[in-house]
Design a protein around this ligand. Sequence first.
Ligand code: TXA
Ligand code: MG
Length: 335
Amino acid sequence: MTIILPATDETIRQAAATLGSGGLVAFPTETVYGLGADAESARAVAALFAAKGRPPDHPVIVHLGDESQLDQWASEVPAAARSLAAKFWPGPLTMVLRRSGRASDLVTGGLDTVGLRVPGHPVAQQLLRKFGGAIAAPSANRFGRVSPTTAAHVLDELDGLVDVILDGGPCQVGLESTIVDLTSGQPRILRPGGITEEQTAEVLGGQQAAATSMAPRVSGNLKSHYAPRACVELVPADELEQRASSINSSGLRVAVFAGTGEAGRFDSRVVLLPVPQDPREYARQLYVLLRQADAEGCDLILATLPEGDGIAAAIADRLRKAAGPRDRPLAENNG
Ligand code: TXA
Ligand code: MG
């Protein structure tokens, strides 16, 4: 049985007790909702992988209450990691570091590294404080699917599979944390996210490696990750109209990512997904819009990649992945 509770002192205490007894708790972070388990309980982490339908060789992020716990979970903390922590924690940044003995094979997927993050959301902070330990938490969706940015989305994904969902309202960032690998001499972004490449470069200076699109062992790098049920096709802005009408005439139901004022451009059968002008707001809405297309029974979503760096690069990354080839049926690839 899954219960949704509005996050209050009392319900957060209750959720911390659930974690303490090996249960699963979904909770809001500033990026997306996480599916949390006691990071030091093998049984709880195994239950977490089962609930998500996630393969066991995929590492999960360990969430810490504050920076002082860094050395308990990482065995080597380079100066660059300390600078990033000082600047961006609590916040939407995950650092991959050499693991300590405390990080088990279960949370690291057998790697000798561990992903660590101190989330900034007040509910996540309070939950970590009341629980006292570290919380292993992937995004609270079934493996391969769109991350949830509201408590209702979590329920859609995990009803019956999670004990408690703490409702802290919609997430402020709307996309997952930025992941920086600090295990080699040259810090490298594995996943663009809430903290931009420009922001980390400001702290790391010339040390930071150029962003690459392929990085190993990050499930977000599977081609069809972050995918709604509907297929996603990337189309240049000036071809949206034509492509939408040709799909419509083939009898499929199509949704289009377009500006709010642009409804008139499209056939009335097209489902318009209104894209906010402001990139930060767009990031906040991206997963909501992808879910909306599914809720409206669309077969195909047409979207244009946003231009520019900063958070727009993270939006483009998620759209590319949503549009990636689906070599396995989604039912098997739900992560
Ligand atoms: O914003 C976020 O990061 C959210 C919230 C809940 O914190 N969490 C999240 O977790 O997105 P998840 O599991 O959905 O994605 C975490 C990514 C995965 O792609 C995983 O492979 C990668 O982090 N990861 C974790 N530990 C790693 C490690 N040691 N080395 C490389 N990648 C790692
Ligand atoms: Mg995820």
